[in-house]
Write a protein that binds this ligand. Structure first.
Ligand code: AMP
Length: 192
């Protein structure tokens, strides 16, 4: 089983690339942002609990995310691989993920980061705000989401670097060119 974490700040293009990767390798795409947005849209108890936090650009609690991911892993028998998009986002989540994967018997295979400069990220997020009208894509919330990334998520680079599974790809240019670069790294890792 191949466990890929697609890593990067908001606006780096993780969602777009994760869908393409999952399709190519027949792996399961897991976007915690999508899962949470669907809970909010369906007004489930979980959705009602996280709505305000998400709309402010803050991170949802580690405990909730771990519960969500536990249920994803339990409900995915026979899956050949996972593309995790948006999880883990804190060191605590990464530690909990290691415990969950140990139960399945397959560790994180690769953490692949999309490297995009900050101004480009803001431009992309503002554009997405116009196109998709996501409530967390206003300028103020975008700034907050980037602050959360720097504060809570960026330390994972060092965490996974030490584990020996961290790699980076330049995430600017055409979607197809970036996809080609990503699959080159994945194929190299798969064939090890
Ligand atoms: P995303 O679509 O991945 O940018 O996620 C949208 C929002 O969902 C984030 O700004 C957080 O509020 C919440 N979220 C998604 N994944 C996580 C996570 N792993 N930890 C905490 N909050 C998360």
């Amino acid at each position: 089983m191949f466990n890929l974490i697609l890593f990067g700040p908001p606006g780096a293009g993780k969602g777009t690339q994760a869908i393409k990767i999952a399709e190519k390798y027949n792996w399961k795409h897991v976007s915690t942002g999508d899962i949470l947005r669907s809970e909010v849209a369906n007004q489930t108890p979980l959705g009602l609990e996280v709505k305000a936090v998400m709309e402010s650009g803050q991170l949802v609690s580690d405990d909730l995310l771990v519960k969500i991911m536990e249920s994803v892993f339990t409900n995915s028998p026979g899956v050949g691989g996972f593309v995790l998009d948006g999880f883990p986002r804190t060191v605590k989540q990464a530690q909990e993920l290691a415990v969950m994967l140990e139960k399945i018997g397959y560790p994180v295979s690769l953490v692949l980061a999309l490297n995009v400069n900050e101004q480009e990220l803001v431009n992309r997020l503002l554009k997405r705000a116009q196109e998709q009208g996501r409530k967390d894509d206003t300028e103020e919330v975008i700034t907050n989401r980037l602050v959360q990334y720097h504060h809570h998520t960026k330390p994972l680079i060092d965490f996974y670097h030490k584990v020996g599974v961290y790699e980076e790809v330049f995430g600017e240019g055409s979607v197809d060119d970036i996809f080609t670069k990503l699959t080159r790294v994945i194929d190299r890792k798969k064939n090890l």
